[in-house]
Design a protein around this ligand. Structure first.
Ligand code: GLA
Length: 720
């Protein structure tokens, strides 16, 4: 609900359990008065009591008691006396970058507007949310900023983006145009972020806030393996189940910044949006720039509840299309099974064995096009390598067995050794006069260019429109350098990174529109572009190239901070760190599959795989529509990890425990979460019955399970 209180000029945005309060101060300053647990409507203006003047900092000429520098500014700007990190900086035609936004008007509407060309949260019915638009304007440049907030009625989420329009008559340049700012009156927080690298994505890091700037960013051209566009401010001492937590996530797949600044008054400002490094956007009179959308979640019950809010929201309001709710096929992927070394018969043999095991889809990974038998060539040449493959026979045979068929692409890349590069050397991202840098033997295609996108799409259509292909894995295997486009004039070069991301979105949008039945899975050397922008186009993303189940625990626990089980590609591979049982129990958390040569499975392992396939079907609904509880996290406990999925009605739960390292003589009472304390639950395997209260408050005694390193177990609980 969104309410305007005329008397004290406050606007209150309420989700079921949280409130966000804006104040319009004399002079038209828009203030961020409160964000947190839900408040009643009384005395809201008292939240502004902390406003004061700051020594040395300018004050409002009309009010000596008000300095922007110490006020909780809702969309802070550059050059008018707020010296903290700002959200907007506009270089005017006179060369100055002073920006000063004042309130003009606001309006509230049912539903949510689309963000053209950008991924965003959506609703299927206008009654599911309300949207507030607050219009601000700079009286000198006439740059207008419309701050757009959507509150959802079914989850504690506030989405926010900004529309910047040049209402003046001279061209200006946006030098910084962030999506959101939150000012909190405390620094008693830890900053939680997800760092990583290839094959070690989304590792949780928690550090206390200190004075000054701290945060994460990407200037790699994609959201990247290094940092995910997610952060949480976690009240000091807060845990999985207790304490105040603010979660922030940017729906964007390119360069981003997520920065917290603590000032001398011990207040904390968090800003997020497109990273300003190498960013600059010319706004001619009448032009509009729309920022990516930022997602805000507040939880008074720790990190676990924050994550479940993100999961519910993304399952309902971000992931789209036919596959949003439809059961995903259990797949086998050829990459770790064969790498580049396959032909039609080898893939058919995978499909035959897979079929015997109950697997539902064969995915042919890299190596089917151009003359590609290793990673040195052919990206950009999306025609079938007929010397290697008879695609028609392969698909007909696989479909004939009742299996679906999927294929790998890396559309935004080009090999120097390719027909496409020989024909269009200027189509790769490069700066004329400099040798383009190479990574994984490839350059990046300039998808900011419509002609390049047209070519990519035509090539994809010629395969996907000819053969009945059910699934595409869309990969992206390098960072961007020499970021520049031959079509952009020099004064617009700062637009390149964002235009590149918009180009990727345009391609994925077109693909999913023209092939609405296709199941799209994004990938970027594993999970280098695992972000909500990509999730808008593809309901699942390959989480990591690391399929070692013990290392996967950290990756999957980290990923789950923000992203739902339905989005996490998780496969069982031939890696021998643990037995097949543990590999399956860990992979069951995500969109399940195999990444191995099924011809090489021993008899015993084949039986385990068959049982896993049964489990996949048995627990699918529970995992994909239930709620995740992280019971023992790998960042808190080096020995045992545990998580559970609990059905919405709390009648059913699946608990998974993995013994990472054996620890003798230590008791393990595993305290469950999210159950009905008054219900009696039976453990399916043993027939033992416990109350929900006992399972949650005393814990399930598991000390006698003397597992070895890398062993796991699952407990299926059913309420009587
Ligand atoms: C990336 C992906 C892998 C595989 C290879 C193919 O690394 O993450 O799963 O598709 O590319 O080259």
């Amino acid at each position: 609900m969104i309410t305007y209180h005329e008397q004290n000029r406050t606007i209150k945005l309420d989700t079921p359990n949280t409130s966000y309060v804006l104040g319009i101060r004399e002079g038209g300053f828009l203030l961020n008065l409160y964000y947190g647990r839900r408040l009643p409507d009384d005395n809201l203006w008292s939240l502004a009591k902390r406003l004061k003047s700051a020594s040395f900092s300018p004050c409002d000429p009309d009010d000596p008691n008000f300095s922007q520098d110490v006020a909780p500014m809702e969309y802070p700007t550059n050059g008018r006396g707020d010296f903290r990190v700002c959200a907007l900086s506009v270089r005017g035609a006179d060369g100055s970058s002073v920006t000063d936004l004042r309130y003009v008007s606001h309006r509230v509407t049912a539903g949510k507007p689309d963000l053209p060309g950008l991924p965003h949260l959506y609703v299927t019915d206008d009654t599911q949310c309300e949207t507030l638009e607050v219009t601000l304007c700079d009286p000198c440049t006439n740059v207008e900023a419309v701050l757009v907030y959507t509150v959802f009625h079914d989850c504690d989420v506030i989405a926010k983006h900004v529309r910047l329009t040049n209402r003046g008559n001279q061209t200006v340049k946006l030098e910084r145009a962030l999506s959101s700012c939150v000012d909190l009156p405390s620094m008693d927080f830890d900053l939680v972020t997800l760092w990583g690298r290839h094959a070690k994505e989304r590792q949780l890091e928690r550090r206390p806030l200190g004075h000054g700037l701290q945060g994460i960013h990407s200037i790699r051209g994609s959201s990247s393996h290094s940092h995910n566009p997610f952060a949480a401010l976690v009240q000091t001492g807060a845990t999985e189940t207790t304490g105040d937590v603010y979660g922030f996530n940017l729906i964007y797949s390119g360069n981003f910044t997520l920065t917290a600044e603590v000032d001398h008054d011990a207040t904390t400002r968090v800003v997020m949006g497109i990273d300003p490094t190498d960013f600059g956007w010319l706004l001619a009179p009448g032009d509009t720039f729309v920022t990516p959308e930022a997602v805000h979640v507040f939880s008074a019950d720790g990190l676990g509840s924050m994550s479940r809010t993100f999961h519910r929201c993304y399952d309902a309001h971000l992931i789209r299309g036919r596959w949003q709710k439809q059961k995903r096929p259990l797949l086998i992927n050829s990459w770790e099974a064969a790498y580049f070394d396959f032909d039609t018969d080898k893939l058919i043999s995978f499909a035959e064995r897979a079929k015997e095991l109950g697997i539902e889809m064969l995915v042919m990974d890299d190596g089917w096009f151009g003359k590609r038998n290793d990673d040195t060539n052919s990206l950009g040449d999306g025609f079938i390598n007929e010397k290697k493959l008879n695609l028609g026979r392969l698909i007909a045979t696989v479909h004939g067995m009742g299996l679906k068929f999927g294929i790998w692409y890396e559309p935004e890349m080009i090999s120097p050794d390719s027909d496409l590069f020989r024909a269009h050397p200027d189509w790769c991202v490069h700066v004329p006069g400099r040798t383009p840098s190479i990574a994984r033997q490839q350059y990046v295609l300039d998808v900011s260019r419509p002609d390049v996108r047209e070519n990519i799409f035509a090539q994809m259509r010629s395969v996907l429109g000819t053969y009945p292909i059910d699934y595409v894995k869309w990969d992206f295997n390098r960072n961007l350098s020499e970021a520049s486009s031959a079509l952009l004039p020099a004064e617009r070069s700062g637009e390149f990174f964002h235009r590149f991301v918009l180009g990727t979105y345009a391609l994925q949008d077109r693909l999913t529109r023209e092939f609405p039945n296709l199941l799209l899975e994004n990938c970027s050397g594993g999970g280098g572009r695992f972000d909500p922008g990509m999730l808008y186009y593809s309901p699942q993303i390959w989480t990591s190239d690391n399929t070692d189940p013990i290392e996967r625990l950290n990756i999957q626990f980290g990923t789950s901070l923000c992203y739902p089980a339905s989005s996490m590609g998780a496969h069982v591979s031939a890696c021998d760190r643990t037995g097949y049982r543990t590999k399956g129990d860990v992979a069951l958390w995500g969109t399940f599959g195999y990444e191995l040569d099924p011809n090489k499975l021993g008899t015993e392992d084949r039986e385990i795989v068959k049982a896993q396939v049964k489990d996949y079907h048995k627990y699918y609904d529970l995992i994909h529509s239930g709620e995740l509880y992280r019971l023992l996290c790998p960042w808190d406990n080096a020995f045992v990890c545990a998580w559970s999925f609990v059905s919405e009605d709390k009648r059913e739960a699946l608990v998974t425990v993995v013994r990472m390292r054996r620890q003798d003589d230590v008791l393990l009472h595993l305290k469950l979460q999210g159950l009905d304390p008054d219900a009696m639950y039976t453990v399916e395997d043993t027939g033992e019955t416990y109350s929900g209260a006992l399972l949650m408050y005393a814990g399930l005694e598991m000390t006698d399970k003397a597992w070895d390193d890398g062993e796991s177990c699952k407990l299926h609980l059913l309420a009587e």
